[in-house]
Ligand binder design. Structure first.
Ligand SMILES: [Fe+2]
Length: 141
């Protein structure tokens, strides 16, 4: 689901007409929604998933905790770019839209790598250490 929204939002930002108030407003809503989705997912992982492998692999847990903190900061900066796009004069909108797009795709590239690392490094640890009950609880979210 996340990857689909990432793709749709990338296309939206990449084809954004900065002179269209409606298109800019829609893009800003889309990016803020994506940030909320990602950060909500991050909190879910920290609450329900990380504790499951902290004891088995504390170094891996610390690695992903640190990445989450970094992404919190990076997505906050992305929201600053959204606010900048909303508030600039029309003459500067194209630059602000380009800055938002550049920041967005840069963060997204790193976030895709983060998700891949979670699937490669964290998922096997979880599969090895989770009880059936824990697995069932996770799958229900
Ligand atoms: Fe994560």
């Amino acid at each position: 689901m996340q990857r689909h929204i990432f793709g749709v939002t990338t296309t939206m930002l990449g084809s954004l007409d900065p002179e269209s108030d409606e298109a800019v407003a829609n893009a800003c809503v889309a990016v803020r929604g994506l940030v909320a989705l990602v950060l909500g997912h991050t909190r879910f992982e920290e609450t329900y998933i990380h504790p499951l492998f902290e004891a088995a692999a504390p170094d891996v847990a610390a690695f992903f905790d640190a990445q989450h903190i970094e992404f919190d900061h990076r997505f906050a900066r992305l929201e600053d770019r959204v606010a900048a796009l909303e508030s600039v004069e029309m003459v500067d909108r194209s630059t602000a839209a380009g800055d938002l797009y550049d920041e967005f795709v840069t963060i997204l590239a790193s976030y895709y790598e983060h998700m891949e690392l979670e699937e490669q490094r964290a998922a096997p640890i979880l599969q090895k250490n989770m009880t059936k009950r824990q697995s069932s609880t996770l799958n229900s979210h």
